[in-house]
Design a binder for this molecule. Structure first.
Ligand SMILES: [Zn+2]
Length: 221
């Protein structure tokens, strides 16, 4: 069983790489959001318990999330392992996950960090512009209009929403990076951390992730 934790800031391309790893390794991608939605939809005992916290506007306790994960890992498709995404989100959760796994004689085999410097993240995340009249979306690096600053479809000027402006994104990112860095340090200490340069093209990042996995995971401190 190969248990992987995928780490990266918003904008680092985690979702894209998770799909590549899932297909190449033949193990499921378990995103925390999906895990919660499925457990609640299927009304499993732990899903119902999580729901009482969510309905009350409270954070779901780590122990409940771990039991949800335990249910999910017990399914046949996870017999050979899984890629965790979105959990652990904090150093406390990482420690809780370690003790849960240790109780099953298991461990996180590799924590894969897709490393993108904060300035590059802000550039990626703040590239979204929309047209003033209809909200048609554009992106400075992924979808440019034919005429700069003008919507291809209706000729109205392109504007940036407050949420997409660099200063807003920078403020939001600071607290997210604090948590991420603490999780990264946790796995650096356990020896499970594997870092891949996330500034390269998507294919090169995928190849880098598969390379570090091939280079050895379990016990390779
Ligand atoms: Zn438009």
């Amino acid at each position: 069983m190969t248990l992987l934790v995928l780490l990266g800031a918003p904008g680092a391309g985690k979702g894209t790489q998770a799909a590549v790893l899932r297909d190449r390794l033949g193990i499921p991608h378990i995103a925390t959001g999906d895990l919660f939605r499925a457990a609640i939809r299927e009304a499993t005992p732990v899903g119902l318990e999580a729901r009482t916290y969510m309905d009350a506007g409270q954070l779901v306790p780590d122990g409940v999330t771990i039991r949800m994960l335990e249910e999910r890992l017990a399914r046949p498709d996870a017999a050979n392992g899984a890629i965790l995404d979105g959990f652990p989100r904090t150093a406390v959760q990482a420690a809780a996950l370690d003790s849960f796994l240790a109780g099953r004689g298991s461990q996180v085999d590799a924590a894969l960090l897709i490393d993108v410097p904060p300035d590059a993240l802000i550039e990626r995340l703040s590239g979204r512009w929309i047209c003033q009249s209809a909200g048609h979306p554009y992106h400075v690096s992924m979808k440019l209009p034919a005429v700069p600053g003008i919507c291809d479809l209706d000729g109205s000027p392109l504007v940036q929403r407050a949420d997409d402006q660099p200063q807003t994104i920078r403020a939001r990112l600071v607290s997210q990076l604090d948590d991420l860095n603490a999780v990264v340090e946790h796995y650096r200490a356990t020896g499970a951390l594997r870092t891949v340069d996330g500034l390269r093209p998507i294919d090169a990042v995928s190849a880098g992730l598969l390379d570090v996995l091939e280079a050895g995971t379990a016990g390779a401190a």
